[in-house]
Design a protein around this ligand. Structure first.
Ligand SMILES: Cc1cc2nc3c(=O)[nH]c(=O)nc-3n(C[C@H](O)[C@H](O)[C@H](O)COP(=O)(O)OP(=O)(O)OC[C@H]3O[C@@H](n4cnc5c(N)ncnc54)[C@H](O)[C@@H]3O)c2cc1C
Length: 583
């Protein structure tokens, strides 16, 4: 198995992790060492008088080559580094129940994600401000937090492809964001077919600049160190920063099972050590929950904060009836077209089956930090707005697409991307690329609930794939468009056969089946403890003291592309807010 043999080309410098001191009352206790948790731990501990203890349920992935080598990202879902959740059977997918992996180690999602770095339409952040009542979340201000969290790396020789990037929206912040040295060989064909489209031609733009959320983003950027081709993620970018600070304690293998309240005030958390199953309680003047969009509402409900009826059913004593905890769960949902490609396009299958190629690719990576292993296997994508006349056509046919028609004009509806890996079962083990399209401004949201009062049991995730008639119409249109692209020039030049769904899939009925059977999460769940709903304008849970939620759960509306950039910025913003407060 190739995935097991990768090795990082350069060693990473390690912080010293110190176990927390049980007798202390920390200024901040942070639950979750993912994107938001590590940003907060690093920023809040900049003041040596502020004490911080962070508890991460998963392991420390430091030095693990599967994490640091960008091309191996796909193998991380289902591993010890992920929470392997599944949606409940989806009525809109004829009962299919897609997986929903989430990061489970220091770095959280940023340790297992595919590293795409995108910010998308600026109007989304203006809407965040309107919903939350926090003026500072407007793009014009939040861009400072995007800047603060990133620095941009362009390879020494300008890359041999056309791209646009606005250096002014980057600074010397923590995460290394870089352009690829070269494109994957499939990519020019994929891009051309959208660029030269007669009905809806796409322009090459910078989807990180805030100027638009629509267009072709070419060659990255990715959260990758361009000097050595390794993943740049919350652990390396923020976690390592706290090394040597005596006022901050980062703990791993510590699964928080409950937040403890006195009346309406959160006082401490109880965690279970994975090493020996022992339980410990640690006190904080302020508890910050940063456990991600599924685990944050889960932990709140386990602790008695959630919809009262639901908590009573499970005999969990109610601390606060918070009906909005667990609701408004949004995600980007997608479906797949998988094609067989010629040998010169390096896919994950090829690296597993062709030992000679695998050895040479590995040698290049170890020597220089370059080559296929230094990339996530695809580096460009297309964010498209469905043309108004198509939407008007739906409307005339009696389908309600008002939400989609009325979205601000800088927002895309769908995003086309691909991965150099099989996203559908392939018994023949062919050299395949999986193209997919995701609905990126869904109208419908879902919700999550507990399945048990036992903290070890996975929650019920009612994702609500393509859950309004408008969402389904827009998504089906986009999937058909992707299918037709994959079946015509210029992509056809690099397609040997269509493995999924197969060229005999042409009728509406068969296309719907193809969507049902390949529907998957883009892994951007958000909004389940949303600002403006469950949270007030200080990130506090309404009706409670001493507890805030700062992570993807707080995101009120999904951005028009990948989520991590927005969570880094949101956490930077929140850290500034907390640091300026006296409590
Ligand atoms: C497979 C995958 C691919 C993705 N691809 C991309 C991409 O290419 N580009 C992009 O921009 N975004 C991508 N994302 C999304 C992005 O990584 C997430 O949006 C982001 O990590 C969310 O940050 P967060 O801080 O909210 O939560 P997370 O980063 O998920 O962190 C939450 C942390 O809390 C820990 N935790 C949970 N419960 C407990 C508990 N009870 N006690 C202690 N610790 C707990 C978890 O183990 C985890 O480490 C992807 C995500 C996944 C999972």
């Amino acid at each position: 198995d190739f995935a097991g043999h990768g090795r990082a080309p350069h060693s990473e410098s390690a912080p010293s992790y110190i176990n927390h001191d049980e007798s202390s009352v920390y200024d901040y206790v942070i639950v979750g060492g993912g994107v938001a948790g590590l940003v907060l731990a690093a920023r809040l501990s900049e003041d040596p008088k502020t004490t911080v203890a962070l508890f991460e349920a998963g392991p420390d992935p430091q030095g693990n080559a599967d994490i640091s080598t960008p091309f191996l990202a796909g193998a991380l879902q289902g591993s010890q580094f992920s929470w392997n959740f599944t949606s409940t059977p989806q009525p809109t997918l004829d009962g299919a129940a897609p997986d929903l992996a989430q990061g489970h180690c220091f770095g959280g999602g940023s340790a297992i994600n595919v590293m795409a770095y995108c910010r998308g339409a600026s109007s989304v952040f203006d809407e965040w401000a309107e919903i939350s009542g926090i003026e500072g979340l407007r793009w014009d201000n939040l861009v400072n937090d995007f800047r603060m969290s990133t620095h941009l790396e362009i390879p020494p020789q300008d890359p041999p492809y056309e791209f646009v990037i606005d250096k002014a929206v980057y600074d010397d912040g923590n995460v290394s964001v870089s352009q690829e040295r070269q494109l994957v060989k499939f990519e020019p064909f994929f891009l051309e077919s959208f660029k030269d489209d007669p009905t809806n031609p796409a322009k090459i733009v910078d989807l990180t600049s805030g100027k638009t959320g629509i267009g072709l983003q070419v060659g990255g950027p990715h959260a990758i160190e361009s000097s050595n081709g390794t993943r740049s993620y919350a652990l390396t970018a923020y976690g390592f920063q706290v090394a040597g600070r005596p006022n901050v304690h980062l703990n791993h293998g510590t699964w928080v099972r409950k937040i403890n309240f006195k009346g309406k005030t959160a006082e401490s958390v109880t965690y279970v050590k994975s090493a020996d199953g022992s339980e410990h309680t640690v006190q904080g003047k302020e508890i910050i929950v940063s456990a991600g969009a599924i685990n944050t509402p889960k932990l709140l409900m386990l602790s008695g904060v959630g919809p009262e009826e639901h908590l009573k059913e499970l005999k969990i004593p109610v601390v606060q009836n918070s009906p909005e905890v667990g609701t408004n769960l949004a995600d980007h949902h997608s479906a797949v077209v998988m094609v067989e490609v010629p040998d010169e396009i390096v896919s994950s299958v090829q690296l597993q089956t062709n030992k000679v190629l695998a050895a040479s690719v590995q040698a290049e990576y170890q020597a220089n930090g370059t080559g296929p292993l230094s990339t996530p296997g695809s580096s460009s994508f297309i964010a498209e707005r469905v043309p108004d006349d198509v939407l008007e056509g739906f409307k005339k046919a009696g389908i309600n697409v008002d939400f989609h028609l009325n979205l601000p004009k800088d927002r895309a509806h769908v995003l086309h991307q691909y991965a150099s890996a099989p996203f559908q079962p392939d018994p023949q083990n062919l050299n395949v690329v999986s193209a997919f399209v995701a609905l990126i401004q869904p109208e419908a949201t879902g919700y999550m609930r507990l399945n048990s009062s036992d903290y070890r049991v996975n929650p019920l995730i009612f994702s609500n794939y393509f859950g309004s008639e408008g969402d389904m119409a827009v998504f089906t249109y986009a999937y058909k468009r992707l299918l037709s692209k994959m079946r015509s020039q210029p992509i056809k030049q690099v397609v040997l056969s269509e493995v999924y769904p197969g060229t005999n899939t042409t009728s509406d009925e068969d296309i719907k089946k193809a969507i049902d059977n390949s529907a998957r999460s883009f892994h951007h769940p958000a909004g389940s403890v949303s600002l403006g709903k469950a949270l007030d304008s200080s990130f506090r849970l309404k009706g409670l003291q001493g507890i805030r939620v700062i992570d993807s759960s707080a995101v009120p509306v999904l951005p028009t592309c990948h989520l991590q950039a927005s969570v880094y910025a949101l956490a930077e913003f929140a850290a500034k807010m907390l640091k300026s407060e006296k409590y």
